[in-house]
Write a protein that binds this ligand. Structure first.
Ligand code: ZN
Length: 465
């Protein structure tokens, strides 16, 4: 194999120093694994990927960083999370979705903005130390964006939006537009803003339509939680149930009229013109084959969150159907309030076991396919694959290294199999975003982890009251 040493335009002009990262296995994802491979990096860009000897020969003056018995691969792309809720892990472990949501909404109000800042940093610490380099964050309190910027992580920060009262539609849209103006000011090379109407039971049809129009006018990606629970399906179909009654009472919306649409949540949203390649549907558990067809036809991407869906008793999304229909799918850890940890190894393993087990067929999903979904597949779902998701010349140098020294990895025949069936978040020892080392020899470089964990432990008393 000849290494692709084609220098990017940027590199040719800059002549910046090159660093070469060598490992026993390099997984470019877009091409076959390379045993004893290397990746050449200049500033934030990948310059070349190939067999170690050839890359080292091509860059004689480069700094050489050798990882030995390790797997080097693109950073994981977490297609759905709520970093701000990291301190909620373990808080409501044994409630079904509906009661969980109501209890969670009560508890959420007990934390201050400072608590949410700490919680965001705690979530980012976990992501970076477990190899997640990009997050699609659903932001509620506003604290995760500055924390992401401080940590140097890559993100699309989707602002969560709510509103069911159409009498206040104009007012809501003025507020949302002003918020978007404010957030756009905070975009960087690593942080992009998106809009996230929360869910069909907290956002009216008119508001979905208006947010979609705004997003498209301003060139922003948008998305929503969709078809997550049976309670949501009941709400849309018949305008009844816990989300129509208890939730509305809790948030002061009980005076508003309830409608029954007689369709599935996917079919319901189709009517409001929101679907397109710029739209990310999170969950899609309660969907039928007709719904999958609708999503595929409009090139909607899906964030698959198997652990959160299972833990809240919501069910199992039909991932094999999504893939068969050609839908772009990435994994999401969702929030630690529902899935407890943001571990992409756990998501990959849960997915492969759930789908193989329930379908009684191992051909449903393979290890290489899972790693692809956790990296390049996720990048495609977020429309970020021209930048990240694979190790290719010209792409951003977002890479991680997984330590294979442990007995649970030995012997390694297939690195994909080793990662999916044997890997754990603590096996990651190196994380780099845009050429910057953010986690090295298991130490976070931009976050004081001890301080953050100590402060996060202090927030606990406000939850378990
Ligand atoms: Zn969510």
């Amino acid at each position: 194999m000849t290494p692709d040493t084609k220098l990017s335009e940027h590199a040719r002009n800059q002549k910046a120093p090159i660093r070469v990262y060598r490992a026993e296995w390099v997984l470019p994802i877009s091409t076959e694994p390379i045993q004893d491979g290397a990746v050449a990096v200049m500033e934030q860009f990948i310059e070349a990927v190939g067999p170690a000897e050839e890359i080292i020969a091509a860059y004689p003056g480069a700094e050489l960083i050798t990882f030995h018995h390790a797997i080097l691969l693109p950073g994981f792309v977490n297609c759905h999370c709520h970093l701000e809720y990291a301190v909620f892990r373990g808080f409501l472990d044994n409630l079904n979705f509906g009661p969980w949501l109501l209890e969670f909404m009560d508890a959420r109000g007990r934390l201050s903005l400072e608590d949410y800042s700490v919680s965001s940093l705690l979530g980012i610490s976990e992501c970076l130390s477990s190899g997640i380099t990009t997050v699609a964050e659903s932001m509620y309190s506003g604290t995760s964006l500055p924390a992401i910027r401080e940590a140097g992580m890559r993100a699309r920060v989707y602002q969560e939006l709510f509103g069911i009262d159409d009498n206040a539609l104009g007012e809501n849209m003025m507020r949302i537009t002003a918020k978007l103006d404010e957030l756009e000011e905070q975009e960087t090379d690593l942080i992009e803003i998106g809009l996230f109407p929360h869910a069909p039971y907290t956002v009216s049809a008119s508001l979905y339509r208006a947010i979609g129009d705004l997003a498209r006018k301003r060139g922003k990606m948008f998305g929503t939680h969709l078809a997550e629970s049976k309670e949501e399906s009941t709400y849309i179909r018949s305008g009844s149930g816990l989300l129509a009654l208890d939730l509305r009472e809790k948030v002061g919306w009980d005076h508003l009229g309830r409608e029954s649409f007689g369709v599935t949540p996917v079919k319901y949203l189709q009517q409001w013109g929101v679907y397109g390649p710029d739209f990310l549907a999170v969950h899609c558990v309660n969907v039928g084959s007709r719904d999958v067809e609708i999503l595929a036809k409009r090139d909607v991407a899906i964030a698959h969150c198997p652990k959160s869906n299972a833990k809240l008793g919501c069910g199992i999304a039909p991932l094999p159907g999504f893939l068969e229909a050609g839908i772009r799918v990435g994994f999401g850890t969702d929030s630690p309030a529902s899935s407890n940890i943001m571990d992409m190894f756990g998501e990959m393993r849960t997915a492969i076991f759930l789908h193989r087990g329930t379908q009684r067929d191992v051909r449903i999903l393979g290890a290489a396919e899972c790693v692809h979904m956790a990296t390049l597949g996720g990048a495609r779902a977020l429309n970020m694959d021209s930048l990240i998701g694979s190790l290719e010349p010209g792409k951003q140098a977002d890479m991680i290294a997984v330590d294979m020294e442990y007995s649970h990895f030995t012997p390694i025949h297939d690195p994909y199999s080793a990662l999916v069936y044997g890997g754990n978040q603590e096996d990651v020892f190196f994380t780099m975003v845009a050429g910057r080392h953010l986690y090295e020899r298991k130490v976070l470089k931009t976050i004081d982890e001890e301080e953050v964990t100590n402060r996060a432990a202090g927030v606990k008393v406000k939850l378990w009251v």
